[in-house]
Write a protein that binds this ligand. Sequence first.
Ligand code: 13P
Ligand code: SF4
Length: 307
Amino acid sequence: MTQEEMIEKINRLKKEKNAVILSHFYTNPEIQGIADYLGDSLGLSRLAATADADAIVFCGVHFMAETAAIISPDKKVYSAAFDAGCSLADSCAAEGLRRWKAEHPGGLVVSYVNTTAAVKAETDYCVTSANALRIVKALPADCPLLFGPDRNLGGYIQEVTGRKMDLWQGCCIVHDVITPEMVRQTLAEYPGTDILIHPEALCSHEQEFISNPLIHFASTAGMLDIVRKSPAQRFIIGTELGIMTELHKQNPDKEFIPLRETLVCHEMKKVRLEGVLDCLENGAGEIVLDEALRQRALLPITRMMEM
Ligand code: 13P
Ligand code: SF4
């Protein structure tokens, strides 16, 4: 089947099954092209909750489809790349988190959304890169915080809010290569140019960058927002290269330079048209969760949404 034939079939089946296709910005261009909605982790969670559909085909890594299934028990949720993992979600198992909690009695667990349902079920508050600062600032000041699994995002939150937390030592293998030295070199090479960096980056907790007006730490949707509102014509992009598709689409006259051409999440690239078709045609990749676990995993997400 050609790509055009696959896309035609996907569009037909989508209507027949009253399904919507949600995609993260890091997927390949042809996947973003068939998506009904694109978003960052927070935006996609909101869309999963509100989409008027019988089914969701999720184009992203596994934890994202699982999060959609936690939020949307009334819909069938399919993962177009069921085996697409994430180094952050993989770094933290529920059993290890339970041990960590036992070592810190009375602490509140704040988990980045890049976690499994089992870890969310052990979590007090879920956060995404778009709302983590706001949520941590709003938590009771006298309560110790256990933040996981991303040590870089956690370090960034600590530096910006001044709130000390115990940090789980996980990282995103894509963003962890963005070192302070790499950013200093880029600032010297492109003087006066804005640099957008995801807070999962290794450099994100350096005060010299947090206080530099040319450097903006933001989620993927946050980056799109900054570019849209900025009069600047050129930006250096410090996140996974899939975001370039939407940046160019929304801003055809602006220039985007990748911080590194190697910032590629191969797990996100496992999402293929064949996988989307398999979900719609054969019901492949359905996310099925134990109902008691789903309800416990929903709690920290609901608290996040309410805040
Ligand atoms: P956001 O799109 O929420 O910024 O997160 C990036 C990410 O970690 C996706 O894997
Ligand atoms: Fe996970 Fe990093 Fe890939 Fe996002 S970019 S899915 S955090 S490994």
